[in-house]
Each structure stands twice: as C-alpha cells, then as structure tokens.
Design a protein around this ligand. Sequence first.
Ligand code: UD1
Length: 457
Amino acid sequence: MIEATWIDFTLFFVEICWQVEFLNACCTCDSDILILSLDKFVIHGGKKLNGTVTIGGAKNATLALMPAALLASGTFHLTNTPNLRDVATMSNLLKSMGTKVHLKDHVLALDTTNIKKQEAPYSHVKKMRASIYVLGPLVARYGRAKVSLPGGCAWGPRPVNLHIDGMRKLGAEIEVKRGYIHAKANRLTGAHIHFDISSVGATGNVLMAAVMARGTTVIENAAIEPEITGLAKFLQSMGGKISGIGTNRLEIEGVDELHAIEVDTIPDRIEAGTFLVAAAMTGGKIRIDNVEPDHLSAVTAKLQDAGCSIFVDQKSITLEGPDSIKPVDVTATIYPGFPTDMQAPWIALMSIANGSSVVTDSIYPDRFKHVPELVRLGANIELNKNAAIVRGVKQFTGATVMSTDLRASASLILAGLVAEGTTEVLRVYHLDRGYEAIEKKLQALGADIERMASEEF
Ligand code: UD1
C-alpha cells in the first residue's frame, strides 16, 4: 500500500515537472497571450472561406533580426513582430544572455546594453534550431561563444557544418565537444567564402559575423531568400557596409561599431501561402493583406496553374478557388523557387485535385511526416525517395490526426477544412511556433474551427 502511494506520487511528480517544462516552453514573453501546448483543433469541414485576412510579420525574418541585435548596444524596436512560440523561445535565449525583451502589440523592444553571457545552452537550442543564429553575432562582438549543437529535427538530419566552416574561414577558433560549439577570436578577419549549398541559416550567421570583421568578406552562393535580404538591409541600417544585397554574391566591408535601430519586419510569405491554399481548397474567395506579392510569385504561379484566379495588388493578393483543382507538379527548392515550407500545404491541395501530381522536395528529402497523417484523412499518396506521388481523391474524411512539425500541422488543418465530418488535430503546439492565432483568422473567414483543451496527446 505504502509502495503504491510512493509510485503514484513519483509518477504524478514527473508528470507535473514535464508539464511545467512544457508550458514554460509554450508561454510567450512579456506578452499578450499564453499558449497552452496541450490544445487540439476541432474542425468541422466544408465551409468556403471568404473575406480578408491580414498576414503577420515573418517568423524566419524575426528569428534572424533578433540575434542581430546582439551586434550593437542599445534598444532596438522591431515592428510587425509576430507573437509566436519561436519568437518567445528566441526571446528567452536572448534574455538568458542579459537582453531586456518586451513584446506588446507586435512591437518587440530589445535592449542589448547589458549582455553578460555568451552562451546558448542546450535547454534553449533543443526547442528551436534557429538559436544557432547567435553564434555569428556573439563571436563578432564579444570574441567568444558557446552554442549547443542543435541535433536532428522532426523530419531528419539538418547539419550546421556550413555555419561552423564559415566561422572558421573568418578566423574563429572552433572546437566542437560535448555537444557544444566553442568559438573564440580576438577579432574576426574578412575572408572569401563559397558555400557548396545555398543555406539560409549559414548565410545569415556568416553575414552577421562578417559585418564586424576586419577587412572584406565575400560570400558566394549566398542564400537570397527574402528573410536574408531583410537581414542584410537590417545590418545596413545598423551601419554595416554590405553590397550585392538580393544577389547570391554578398560583399561585406567590416566596421568597428554598429548601432541600434527601429525596423518593420517583412510579411510572412509562408503564412500568406497557407491562407491562399486554404481559399483554393475550399473554393472560396479571400484577400490577403500586408504581403509582398513578389515573395510569393512561385506559389501564386502554381496556384494559377491549379485553376485559381489571382489578382495581385501592391500589398495584397486576392484568390478565388476553382470548382475543380487541376493537378500540378511542384519541386521545392531555393528562392525564388517554390519554398520547401509550402511543400506540405501543397500536398494537401493536390490530394483533392482532379488527377495525379508529383511533389518533390529538393531541400529536405525526408520532410514528409505529414503524408501518413493525410492518408489517415483519406488521401492517396505514395512516397518515392524525395517525392510524393499524389493521386487526387474526391474528398478527405474527418479523423483524429497528429501534428508532427510546423508545416505538417498546417497541411492537416487545410485538409480538415474540406474534410467530410469532424477532424481533430492534436499537438497544435507545433503550429503555434509559426502561425499566430490561426484559428481566429480562419474563423473570421468563415471556417468552423475551434481550439480546445485535449486529453489526448
Ligand atoms: C531555413 C528556414 C526553414 C526553411 C529552410 C529552407 C529559418 C529559421 N528556417 O532553415 O523554415 O525550411 O531555411 O528554406 O529561417 N545544410 C547543410 N549544412 C548546413 C546548413 C544547411 O548541409 O550547415 C543543408 C540543409 O540540410 C538543407 C539545405 O542546406 O538541405 C538548406 O538548409 P538551410 O537553408 O540552411 O535551412 P535553415 O536555415 O536551417
């Protein structure tokens, strides 16, 4: 009897600790909302989406701009900052180094006057790989950094060798031991760096380091994703000397000092693309506001091929879905090609197309965790290496499915919006990493979707 009580107590204690750790990871910083991780979405499919939705600031841009603030002392203001779990995670990491962080009404204030620690511990990095972005700014400004290796991710290996090689080329002494990257340098020196692979993260990291290095750095085969272009412009406004912005050859003349600035974050092209696909799938008509149509041209071109009518204005896109979706092959690749972050939503769309299509991912060959879940909803998809052969079905049918990662979760919601009956999407904390209040935005467009506490996990 006594033994049973102790076992019960221990299990209860473990469960409480786990949940507290979990909720800590899911609470936003000093901010307006508290996101509970154990929620699920309950969707009654079949409603056409109609109306207007405003797109938030880009998650991936914000996650690059925040660490860039470590390069100068002072208070930065980032307007149009999305209130997301990943932004909270980066805030907590920067706070642990001594940054004062405050997010209110989508304005993020970062005060970097008093940085005491140059470390990104595993407890932070394991929650979000983009934490590695602090490496470049810390070595450049403080001459040292200790950053945990991110490890694998939900859909497969994601190495950081290019980040490390780039820092070494800039003269940093790097040792990788016991799961950590230890970097030091008296002062980084400019170098000629040619990336074998175009990498968003490595380009961003090396760029942030090079901007304060002594002399000139050239980055060849640099990523040209809008989030990197946005970062380069941000560094330029801080006093950095960068030319070739928007091309895959960046030339950086290192400076001694940078200063704090106020900047408006670019709109989130993936959130925008997800809403466009939602309208296409439901056969509705929506306008998305606060977008950069140029950033979405690969996606809108494919949506037109699928039969959607699209009208593009300066800062908005209107899409009217067709009666019947045409099958369209897509290969996810680097910008300005079709984004890998839209691959899962595209598979959801193609699953109800009138015919077969092939969706290939040339960036992440294993990024298909959504496929078995979409199949549970009635999709007919076969995987062959890094491609999904999607044979369109008439309709999805509602079921309980599980989110496995951010964009996979988005594809399940999209499927639920058009499924016959009720779909429950569990583990929506993945979704909260990158879509702010998605259910509220969808409700405003007429969707029947609700966030509810879940007993299942
Ligand atoms: C960023 C985005 C992510 C998006 C991805 C591709 C952020 C926070 N995340 O991730 O949403 O899906 O770009 O557009 O901005 N690679 C290496 N070695 C490295 C780094 C990358 O081999 O050191 C490979 C990767 O495995 C991948 C390719 O390069 O095959 C591109 O990855 P990368 O552009 O670096 O992606 P992330 O910056 O991690």
